[in-house]
Write a protein of this length. Structure first.
Length: 139
C-alpha cells in the first residue's frame, strides 16, 4: 500500500510539473509572438517617421522653388511651374500613401513599404533631374 501511495504521489507531482512546464512554454510563446508583433510595429513606425522627415525636406525644397518661380519671368517660368505642380502632386500622393501605411496590417506592411520606397525614389529622381535654368526677375 505504501508503494502505491508513493507511486501515486510521484505521478501527481510529475503531472503537476508537466502542467507547470507547459504553462511556462505557452507563456514564453505568447511573449515571443508579442515581441515579434511589437518589433514590426516599431519598424513600421520608424520607417514612417523617417519618410515624413524626408518629405518635409522635399516640401521645403518645393517651397523654395516656388518662391524662385514666383520671382522669375519668361517661358521657362511656365514650364517650371508645370513641373513644380506635378512634383507637388506626387509629394502629396506619397504623403497620403504614407499615412495609409501608418495603419497597415502586418500582411500589408512589406508590400506598401516597397511601393512607398519606389515612389520616393521616383520623386527624388524627378527632383534631381529638374532643370531649374530660368530667368530671375531682378527689377
Amino acid at each position: 500500500m505504501k508503494n502505491i501511495t508513493k507511486q501515486l504521489y510521484f505521478l501527481l507531482i510529475f503531472g503537476l510539473g508537466i502542467l507547470a512546464f507547459t504553462a511556462c512554454q505557452q507563456k514564453n510563446n505568447t511573449n515571443q509572438k508579442n515581441n515579434i508583433e511589437e518589433q514590426w510595429k516599431q519598424d513600421r513606425d520608424a520607417f514612417v517617421d523617417n519618410m515624413h522627415d524626408q518629405l518635409d525636406d522635399m516640401k521645403a525644397n518645393l517651397d523654395e522653388l516656388q518662391n524662385k518661380i514666383d520671382d522669375s519671368t519668361g517661358k521657362a517660368k511656365d514650364e517650371l511651374q508645370q513641373k513644380y505642380d506635378k512634383l507637388q502632386d506626387e509629394t502629396q500622393q506619397l504623403e497620403d500613401n504614407l499615412d495609409d501605411l501608418s495603419n497597415a496590417s502586418k500582411e500589408e506592411w512589406q508590400e506598401k513599404k516597397t511601393e512607398i520606397q519606389d515612389q520616393w525614389e521616383s520623386l527624388k529622381d524627378r527632383w534631381n533631374n529638374l532643370d531649374i535654368n530660368f530667368e530671375i526677375d531682378t527689377h
